[in-house]
Design a protein around this ligand. Structure first.
Ligand code: NAP
Length: 288
């Protein structure tokens, strides 16, 4: 039985990991209040107590916009804490899995990004995640990059859209940022499969379909209407990101290719629309 210790256990991905633990894994999921990864003595105590075989570091400072004005804190959580966690992982001979992001790229590619494509982050958050990647890879760890995570139960684009569709007649969504929305549950399942294969190096996992935030909103709207979850009224309107001035620059085009991961795990491509449909069903049930 492999003991897998998850940090950031109450986050979006952390919660999905708890719900999708396969047989043969003993999951220890710790919230920030149970394990603050910036506190060495708490890390030491967790390793002593649970003696994990694997660490999945799902903890991070993830607010891309707030990162621009919290540079030191981002460095502490997203970089320095990773060094500490990794040092303990080495001491206790545990393997390390770090989650990273499409925001390590600058969005200038014209094809979905592959694992060995040149990185060039455009914002503080992406820069911190790239630094963490380097630290983990130098110790033969595993880095899984993902993008645009959504789920039924946590604050994310899906839940924001569904709330707006219920309450507003017109919902403006940017049409000039393109990526690959990814179901957080599917990512959780892939992480366990990579652990089972004792993988190392970099892998990408994404939903596989390339679209803008506006396209994604339209997909959500269509399914929510079919399911009677929102009223007919809301109109989804495409706009330029210039209409939403933000401190953090974002890559205009950051789809991730998941081919390496599919080949490595011998996976059939998943049904993207079905995954989204299931999450909307779960969201609807959560509201009953
Ligand atoms: N969400 C996305 O679209 C996306 C895309 C690409 C990559 N990723 C990466 O995927 C991973 C998981 O993201 P997510 O969407 O699950 O993010 P999330 O929902 O924001 O979860 C992150 C968790 O980390 C916790 N945390 C923050 N500081 C901590 C600390 N010092 N010690 C322990 N825990 C701490 C947060 O707690 P509090 O909320 O209490 O601060 C939160 O529960 C992250 O590495 C992120 O960079 C996410």
């Amino acid at each position: 039985m492999a003991i897998v210790l998850v940090t950031g256990g109450e986050g979006q991905l952390g919660q999905e990991l708890k719900q999708h633990v396969p047989q043969g894994h003993d999951l220890v999921s710790l919230s920030k209040s149970q394990l603050d990864i910036t506190q060495d003595e708490q890390i030491a105590a967790a390793f002593e107590r649970y003696q994990p075989d694997w660490i999945i570091n799902a903890a991070a400072f993830t607010d891309v916009e707030a990162s621009e004005s919290n540079v030191e804190l981002v460095q502490t959580i997203n970089v320095e804490a990773v060094k500490s966690l990794l040092a303990y992982a080495n001491k206790f001979q545990a393997r390390f899995l770090q989650i990273s992001t499409d925001y390590v790229f600058d969005g200038k590619s014209s094809e979905p990004y592959k694992e060995d494509d040149k990185t060039k982050p455009m914002n503080v958050y992406g820069d911190s995640k790239l630094k963490a990647e380097g630290i983990v890879l130098a110790e033969k760890g595993l880095v899984v990059r993902t993008s645009w995570l959504y789920s039924s139960h946590h604050k994310n684009f899906l839940d924001t859209m569904l709330r707006l569709f219920e309450n507003q007649k017109e919902v403006k969504v940017v049409n000039d940022q393109v990526g690959t929305p990814t179901n957080a549950a599917s990512l959780a399942k892939i992480l366990f499969r990579l652990i089972d294969q004792n993988a190392d190096g970099i892998f990408h996992w994404s939903g596989g379909l390339v679209m803008s935030w506006y396209d994604f909103a339209c997909q959500i709207h269509g399914l929510a209407l079919d399911k009677g979850l929102v009223s007919v009224g809301a109109k989804v309107v495409p706009v330029d990101s210039q209409g939403f001035p933000q401190k953090a620059k974002r890559p205009a085009w950051s789809p991730l290719s998941r081919k390496k991961c599919c080949d490595f795990l011998d996976l059939e491509p998943n049904a993207w629309r079905e995954e989204l449909s299931q999450e909307i069903d779960l969201y609807g049930k959560g509201k009953l």
